[in-house]
Design a protein around this ligand. Structure first.
Ligand code: BGC
Length: 527
């Protein structure tokens, strides 16, 4: 997420008897609303901040700057800390609340945590849609951010625990797919509401987030808590009953015993975060953190948050800016589907490296076109160049959506060993939201100062991250989770040095338990 914390690991492991029961289907719908909500919040701010009425009401200085005659430079029209705070405050709140969410998911359960998220969302939406001053706007965004923090922790975890093992990997990317659908939905809504006469279209844009918010809240009241969570909180009989219900069979004893054992093992890890810092966990930690930082430094959210503003900057009319954002949103969704189909066939490295080339060149072309064609004080990019820019933005977005988008979440979730998986996942979510915040807060100012060079800046990062992937990210396609150490880390030219044999023997307990119990149970019960 992001995103959110997309916790479900894909991989082999024990297969227990399980049917796809109605309860599992309801869970998928829950994933949809949690992901949609996050995506909607990501996508809605850009369109709203490019609407004249909204700007006039809350950011009059920006509004006057966007009107001709008041310009310092085209690239600086929207450079305003308050405006950026409107977008970024959500991520700051999200990252802070992840820590509380990690506590409530463990102590109060997944169901209640999702309910808390839903309630935060509803209050956030009400404040935003009825805002009469900037304070209400920002507080509303902060409440939405709290919702994101709680939902992104609990929903994916809930899913990974409720889903039969064989569909876990798919569900992982499904969450990301819903994020992209949420973004597209927000872009479409903005396109429609911008046309509303009377200047209240932005209220509708912000208010329609209420739909997924209410769905999530009602959904969380309807579902049962996960067996893992019940067992973790000592409610063994209840946990067994729920397991029977969700698996649609009475033959649940082996899985139940494994869950009980998993919960016991998880409780033994007294300091999961300290554990994470041990030398032998370095490869996964470095990769998970780097993937999150790099994911944001591809520049994707410059597009997702600010596409309409960016297109406006280039001289597109309001309408053209908004429908260009719809086009990029649609490309994002379709390319995520491509990822679902190809990730286990082509592999993670192939997708990341191919996307690296595609993102590098598309950003280079954008920078060149803007550098030559958009002058500081003249507006309107010639039509054919404008189309070229939109095509290049789509080329960039599609590459991101089948690589760094989903894989930034999938790879950490499948590489951490059991003993650090939960803590690793929290760190992954936090680092992601932190850098999402940085981009949200800095992009418009960077655009003002770097001008077209901002795209060279991001393409430089794409180069660095591709080299990182080339040398340091091993292939994990089709490797069962419990065999990662042997088949992946111990075979890697650099990382094998960190999997210190002696230390491993000393701390053999954790590994043996992991091998014994595999991933048939809660991967992240200690979050
Ligand atoms: C990222 C988000 C981004 C989204 C775009 C996610 O993987 O974490 O920051 O907005 O992809 O589709």
């Amino acid at each position: 997420m992001a995103g959110g914390g997309f916790a479900a690991p894909a991989g082999g492991g024990t297969h227990f008897e399980a049917k796809i029961t109605p309860i599992v289907i309801i869970s998928c719908i829950m994933a949809a609303t949690g992901g949609l909500m996050f995506g909607y919040d990501v996508g809605v701010s850009g369109g709203v901040t490019s609407m004249d009425h909204f700007l006039k009401k809350f950011f009059p200085t920006v509004y006057w700057r966007t009107q001709e005659g008041e310009l310092d430079s085209n690239y600086c029209k929207y450079d305003n800390q308050g405006l950026q705070l409107f977008t970024s405050s959500l991520y700051l709140a999200g990252l802070t609340s992840t820590f509380f969410a990690s506590y409530t998911t463990r102590r109060l359960g997944r169901k209640l945590t999702m309910l808390i998220a839903g309630v935060f969302f509803i209050f956030g939406v009400i404040l935003n849609a009825s805002a009469v001053n900037i304070e209400m706007l920002i507080i509303g965004r902060i409440l939405l951010g709290c919702g994101v923090g709680f939902a992104n922790q609990a929903v994916p975890l809930f899913l990974s625990e409720i889903a039969p093992t064989r569909i876990r990997g798919g569900l992982n990317i499904l969450f990301q797919l819903n994020v992209t659908i949420g973004i597209l939905f927000a872009n479409l809504v903005n396109y429609g509401t911008a046309k509303i006469k009377g200047g209240w279209g932005w209220r509708l844009s912000l208010g329609l987030a209420g739909i997924p918010a209410v769905l999530l809240t009602v959904g969380s009241l309807l579902v049962v808590d996960t067996p893992n969570s019940l067992i973790e909180r000592g409610r063994l009989e209840e946990g067994k009953e729920v397991l029977r219900k969700i698996r649609g069979t009475d033959k649940i004893e082996p899985e139940f015993l494994e869950l009980v054992e998993a919960s016991r093992v998880a409780k033994q890890v007294k300091h999961p975060f300290r554990n994470l810092l041990k030398r032998r966990n370095r490869p996964q930690l470095v990769i998970a953190m780097a993937l999150q930082i790099f994911q944001q430094f591809t520049g994707i959210n410059a597009i997702m948050f600010y596409a309409p503003v960016l297109f406006n900057t280039l001289g597109f009319k309001d309408d053209a800016s908004l429908y260009s954002a719809v086009i990029t949103g649609a490309v994002n969704v379709i390319s995520t589907v491509v990822s679902i189909y190809s990730v286990d066939k082509l592999g993670r490295r192939f997708l990341l490296l191919e996307a690296g080339v595609q993102m590098f060149f598309s950003q280079l072309v954008i920078a060149i076109v803007l550098g030559i064609k958009v002058k500081d004080h003249s507006t309107n990019l010639h039509n054919s160049y404008a189309i070229l820019v939109v095509i290049m933005v789509c080329t960039f977005v599609s590459a991101f959506a089948w690589s760094w988008g989903p894989l930034g979440w999938l790879i950490p979730s499948e590489t951490f060993p059991l003993e650090t998986r939960s803590a690793g996942q929290s760190v992954t979510v936090c680092v992601n939201l932190l850098f999402t915040f940085v981009i949200a807060q800095a992009f418009l100012s960077m655009l003002c100062h770097f001008k077209f060079g901002i795209f060279l800046f991001f393409s430089g990062w794409v180069l660095i991250m591709s080299v990182f992937v080339l040398f340091l990210v091993p292939e994990t396609k089709n490797v069962p989770i419990e065999e990662m150490t042997e088949k992946v880390w111990k075979q890697h030219w650099l990382w094998k040095r960190y999997i210190d044999e002696e230390e491993e023997r000393e701390n053999g307990g954790g590994y043996e338990l992991e091998n014994k119990h595999r991933n048939g149970f809660d991967p992240a019960a200690k979050l």
